[in-house]
Design a protein around this ligand. Sequence first.
Ligand code: PLP
Length: 590
Amino acid sequence: MGHNLYSNEKHDHDNHHGEQLIEDVTEFYSAIDRCNLSRQLSSERPYIYYTMEVYDQSNGIRGGGGLGVLAADTRRVAQELDIPLVLITPFYRQELTQVISNLSQTEELKNVSPLDHGYEFVDDVWIHIKDQPDVILNIYQKILGSTRFLTMSEPNFGELYAGDGSGDHRLYQMISLGFGGYWAMKRLGIKPAIIQLNETATVFAAVARLNELCSNGMNLYEALVYVRKHTLYTNHTLVQAAESEFSYDQFDRFVFPNITSPALRRWIGGLFVDGRLKLSTLTIELAEAKNGVSRLHAKVADYRDINGEKVKFRAVTNGIDINTWVHPSIVTYFRDKEIIDKFNLPAENYIENIAKIPASDIRELKINGRRHLNQILAHRQDQYGNPIQIPEDAIVFDFKRRFVEYKRPWLPFENLDTLKQILLENNAHYVAAGRVHLGDTRMYQRLQQVLAAIDADPVLKERVHYIQNYNEELGLALAVGADVAINVPIVGLEACGTSFMKDIANFKILISTPDGGVADLQPAPVLEVLGHDYHAEVESVYAHMRHACKIIRDDHLLESEVHRQLTAYLPIISGARMMKDYLKFLFPGR
Ligand SMILES: *Cc1c(COP(=O)(O)O)cnc(C)c1O
């Protein structure tokens, strides 16, 4: 079985998803008790997914983090299940690469082209901007089984999250996705069965649809009812204050020139408060179905609609594509032992079957993962620009996530003596990775401080490795090859997180605060980081790191911890389960 991320070839477009796991999508639909889905979803009326970000480097698109990984996994799962789905997203022709020099982050921009990644040119569409010539967007698509990427961009489109979140360029990118993507879909004769808006930056797709209905003669209020019924808003942000907002003048220059219906322009104009409009306000008006991406997140997300009413979010916890993120030898094992079924859903007797996994199997399967990790590390660079190799008998902790405040990547470095002692006493290494968001000066500094502290100590220098330019390849290598993952977001701030799922599915031990998807289960059946203040949390992490080493070195403890984590989280991890939840939510009743 050829695996995208296991392939060393640079431009490998052949995909392992081509080999379908199931004969007929109706079998999956009846497995979720929705036989009439075959009539609701078809290649002419597919599931449409709009997103500013996708993380799928094998298809040429690099994202920034979890939101993009979710989008990519949603498409992969749809393909494996034979569900017709069109993912509409920009093809950014420039992408950012992290380079550490003098122990500080710098960035390089790399050019990418859809033509280097197997996309075919479809057509051009025109975006209108006030007092400026039209912008020509080039539409490229790539068909993958029952799914396709439909992308737009032009040479000056810029990179993902270029510029200020409420700036002109960002709004330009958003209308390009929304209007440009909608018109591209129409050119191809695609009619949406449902439109999923992955975050509010994609809302102009719903606006474009409204405009089309209005210009076809439907009155605005009927059109609103129709669009609301067929739009899902998926929220990943915690507080409305953090959402981007734009001025009336910005809408006048970028949005209104693309709307032909005067009634629709007036209606949008009426949503402005003090001359500004939050995209979340508009999105809430246009989507009846709304969801957060974990139970905790759906509960704590604090949003108000235009009337000041609190918005209710359904919880649909993210899942991952098991074929992408779990080592192939473990996927095969799960299938042989009837732990997952052919849809990659938990098999009927998964609980009993997980309970039978012996430590010897876990250790044997982990050897493959460690080998893969070392293969990847051989062509990657640590903070000094050197490749590293992890000794076979060493325990590996990893911390792989974006270097942002709420994830607290520096937490395990609070007490350097304790960290040193844990690593030395247990023959352990600590591998960290994660980029600072472009322009986040405070985090550049904190990363530099951590790297300088490691540099100043010979033991830490030997055992703590910061691998440059965190990406999918490294995410996967650490998921399969490390032993213990550390995940310590401030409770309440992680929307879901998916890297913890990759860890648990690959038999790692998870040390985590009860946040995001981890907190779908309470108390969280992992090495749960608790504490009434920051200091107590730090102590809790160190205590768990010691305990995790004991678990790794002891067959009985390893077995029971792996059984406990996997039994509890397998249903959550399954991307097919996520797809099932979305379909049940969007197509209720028979
Ligand atoms: C899995 C993955 C993520 C998701 O990370 P979370 O911190 O769990 O949201 C982000 N980036 C990459 C490269 C990944 O592989």
